[in-house]
Design a protein around this ligand. Structure first.
Ligand SMILES: N[C@@H](CCC(=O)N[C@@H](CS)C(=O)NCC(=O)O)C(=O)O
Length: 209
C-alpha cells in the first residue's frame, strides 16, 4: 500500500507535506475532497479522522498520523530535513511556527467580502507581517553562513515551509513578496531548484487556496 494523504482540494495545511514527499521522491496518493463551501469532509474520510479533521496520513502499513505539523515533521525527520542537533531542530520548529503565524494573518482576510475593507485589511496585514516576520526572516537568511538557508548550511524543512508560505500567500493574494527581499528570493530559488519540488509545483492541481 502506498502512503495516502487525505485533504481538501487545496494547498492549505497539506501542501508542505506534499513538497517534502516530492522532494524525497516518495510516491503518494494525494486524496482530495471537494473544497465547496461550507467545507465538508466526505463521510468515508471523516470516519478515518482521529480528531475529525484533515489532513490525515495513512502510512504504507496502515498506521495513521493526524495534525498537520505532526505529519509534516514526521516526513521531514524521515527524509533528513530536521537537523540532528537538538537546538537547531528547535530553531527549525520556531521558524515553522512563525511561518504558520504569518500565513494565518493573511488567511484571515481571505473571506472579507467588502472590497474596500479587504484593501484596508490587506495593507494592515502587509505592514504587520513585513515588520514582524519578513524583515526578520530576511535578516536571518542574509546573516546565514551561505546566504540561502535558515538553519545551518543545508536544506531543512524550515526552508521548504518558508518557500511554500511565501509562494502560497503570493498566489492567493496576488502579491510578489520577494521583490523587497533578496535573501528570501535566493532561499526560495534554492528550494524551487530541488528537482522533486520543481516537478511538483509544475504538475500540482491549480487551486484557489
Ligand atoms: N490543528 C489541525 C487543524 C486541521 C483543520 O483545521 N482542518 C480543516 C481543514 S484546513 C478541516 O478539516 N475542516 C473541516 C472540518 O473541521 O470538518 C491541523 O493542523 O491539522
Amino acid at each position: 500500500m502506498s502512503i495516502k494523504l487525505y485533504y481538501f482540494d487545496g494547498r492549505g495545511l497539506a501542501e508542505p507535506t506534499r513538497w517534502i514527499l516530492a522532494y524525497a521522491g516518495v510516491e503518494f496518493e494525494d486524496i482530495r475532497a471537494p473544497l465547496d463551501l461550507p467545507v465538508t469532509i466526505p463521510p468515508e474520510i471523516k470516519a478515518k479522522c482521529t480528531w475529525g479533521q484533515v489532513p490525515l496520513v495513512e502510512l504504507e502499513d496502515g498506521k495513521k498520523i493526524a495534525q498537520s505539523l505532526a505529519i509534516t515533521r514526521y516526513f521531514a525527520k524521515k527524509h533528513n530535513l530536521v537537523p540532528e542537533d537538538l537546538y537547531e531542530a528547535a530553531v527549525c520548529d520556531e521558524y515553522v511556527d512563525s511561518i504558520r503565524e504569518f500565513m494565518q494573518a493573511w488567511y484571515v482576510i481571505t473571506h472579507e467580502k467588502d472590497p474596500e475593507k479587504k484593501q484596508e485589511k490587506r495593507q494592515e496585514v502587509l505592514k504587520s507581517t513585513k515588520q514582524r516576520f519578513f524583515d526578520v526572516f530576511e535578516s536571518i537568511v542574509a546573516k546565514s553562513s551561505d546566504g540561502k538557508h535558515l538553519v545551518g548550511n543545508s536544506l531543512t524543512w524550515a526552508d521548504i515551509y518558508l518557500t511554500h508560505g511565501l509562494n502560497h500567500v503570493g498566489l492567493v493574494h496576488e502579491i510578489d513578496l520577494l521583490n523587497d527581499y533578496p535573501a528570501l528570493k535566493k532561499l526560495s530559488e534554492n528550494v524551487l531548484q530541488e528537482k522533486g519540488i520543481q516537478a511538483w509545483v509544475q504538475k500540482r492541481p491549480l487551486t484557489k487556496f
